[in-house]
Write a protein that binds this ligand. Structure first.
Ligand code: AMP
Length: 506
């Protein structure tokens, strides 16, 4: 690998001489090795970069720290990477005009703690033996630290702190002849979650990990091909949804069309259940169902499992809305907007400091007294992580005159940390990992508290039951059953390095 480009707001570079800023980070960096992100890519369209910018707009909910696009115009690669929202930079004509070419790949990055830094904004780019190679990654590798340590020991120089960089190094070091073969050899060495969109000077590659933890879909826009994390990003550019990229599948898109590789032994898919619960946009189709209908069903199941005597069903907006509609329809109790959300403040989770996050909840939500005062409420949210949101909102409801506040959560208690990029915190910070239901209720100050069962989640997604031997989802957050090896957690990586992973989940 001749050079590495993981940073620099705007750059042009030929395939033979990549150029990059080098950010001053220590050996393993002071950032974390995790990503929860959105990817979008176009092959074979004159407006590839503009379409990619639109796609990233539609995927903004998957990451707000930074966004980047790399394009290729037949001679040169062009890159734009910026901190902030897609609309802050990529709605400018001059920025899009610099991203020439009929093929482009883009990325939205999510981060919750630590200094946001341009060095980790993707797509990452490097020049390897076979030419330029840009990678956009959604997910988190569970052996990145181990691989990184080995690579550094044998002379590799890392510029960014994201786990994605390992994939570039492994591809660069492969002795195989073709880029796809090199890339597949890299995939064979990594563990964990990945949905990848990669660009070379003649092809776009899409890949999902062997159990398909993070999502990736394929679309068509006329003759052009599109890859996206979610179907809502296909809709915004008018692309037709073809299908999900399957678990363990590598698709290669070039001028000769679509080529499919299956480098791993076939395994049943285990997509992340949290896409259905929280991450994906409600208008996206995941696993053949609209996320909105699944979330409504989760609310209906919750009403069947844990009905509370109440006057009104109130969602915690926006994430609790579809489940609250389902709960209201199933219970026959009216749905009201008892909480008004201020859309001009960022998501509470984005605030890195717990103190600030606590304040953020108040900034973000206001009580709509007219529907709350004197009422027995059922408050619905999609999930409880640390419990900060629930506690603040219960308080807000009592301040506004609620008589009773029954908390109902449209997913099971999150008792285990995630290592695949959904950014739940370390076990100690997960309320349900350290406290029983009664303790959580008391912490929140609610009249009663109930969670949807794991079986209820599966029913909402169209399964009659959870297959105990081979669960249909990655549901480790609730069950502790992780679908891949956790080499970095179980190996001999020193705690200082591991804490980079743990701290990723504040
Ligand atoms: P907490 O206040 O820590 O209990 O967080 C719960 C709130 O955060 C809920 O309203 C969820 O909608 C939202 N949430 C759950 N998981 C995540 C996540 N991984 N990233 C950002 N927000 C989340």
């Amino acid at each position: 690998m001749s050079a590495f480009l993981g940073s620099g707001a705007s750059s042009d570079f030929s395939t033979s001489h990549a150029w990059g800023d080098v950010c001053g980070e220590n050996r393993y960096g002071d950032d974390r090795l995790r990503e929860e992100c959105g990817v979008f890519a176009v092959f074979g369209h004159p407006d590839a970069a503009a379409l990619t910018a639109l796609g990233l707009h539609a995927l903004q909910h998957r990451g707000q720290e930074g966004a980047g696009i790399v394009s290729y115009d037949g001679h040169k690669f062009h890159a734009e990477r910026h901190l902030g929202l897609v609309g802050d930079h990529f709605n400018r004509g001059d920025v899009i005009a610099r991203l020439k070419g009929r093929m482009a790949v883009g990325h939205n990055r999510y981060s919750t703690t630590g200094e946001p830094s341009l060095v980790n904004v993707q797509p990452l780019f490097c020049t390897i033996d076979t030419g330029g190679f840009a990678v956009a990654h959604n997910g988190n590798l569970t052996n990145a630290m181990t691989l990184r340590r080995d690579l550094i020991a044998t002379g590799a120089i890392f510029h960014a702190t994201s786990d994605t960089e390992v994939i570039l190094h492994l591809t660069a070091r492969s002795q195989k002849r073709r880029t796809v073969e090199r890339f597949v050899e890299a995939l064979r060495q990594i563990e964990g979650a990945y949905a990848l969109a990669c660009l070379t000077d003649n092809m776009l590659i899409g890949a999902r990990d062997p159990v398909g933890i993070r999502p990736l879909v394929l679309g068509r826009l006329g003759e052009a091909y599109v890859l996206a994390s979610e179907t809502c990003a296909l809709d915004i550019v008018g692309a037709k949804f073809e299908r999900e990229i399957e678990n363990g599948e590598v698709v290669v898109i070039s001028d000769t069309g679509l080529e499919i590789h299956r480098p791993f032994p076939r395994r049943p898919a285990r997509p992340c259940i949290f896409e259905q619960i929280y991450f994906a946009r409600p208008d996206s189709i995941v696993g053949g169902r609209t996320v909105y209908s699944v979330r409504k069903q989760m609310g209906a199941e919750l009403a069947r499992e844990s009905l509370a005597d109440s006057d009104v069903i109130v969602p915690i907006p926006d994430s609790g809305v579809p489940a609250a509609i389902g709960y209201s329809q199933e219970s026959g109790v009216p749905f009201e907007l008892g909480i008004i959300r201020n859309h001009y403040v960022g998501r509470t989770f984005i605030e890195p400091e717990q103190r600030i996050r606590a304040l953020g909840v108040k900034l973000k939500h206001s009580a709509n007294r007219s529907v709350i005062a004197g009422k027995r409420l059922v408050l619905i949210d999609d999930s409880v992580v640390r419990g900060t949101t629930s506690k603040k909102i219960v308080e807000l409801m009592y301040e506004a005159g609620a008589k009773e506040v029954h908390m109902r959560i449209a997913c099971p208690p999150i008792t285990h940390p995630d290592f695949y990029g959904i950014d739940t915190p370390s076990k100690l910070q997960l309320l349900a990992a350290t406290t029983d239901i009664e303790g959580m209720r008391a912490f929140m100050g609610a009249t009663s508290l109930a969670f949807l069962s794991v079986a209820g989640v599966y029913r909402s997604c169209g399964y009659t039951e959870r297959d105990a031997k081979m669960p249909q989802f990655s549901d480790h957050c609730f069950t502790g059953e992780y679908p891949t090896a956790l080499t970095d957690q179980t190996g001999d990586i020193p705690s200082r390095e591991l804490s980079l992973l743990a701290e990723a989940r504040p």
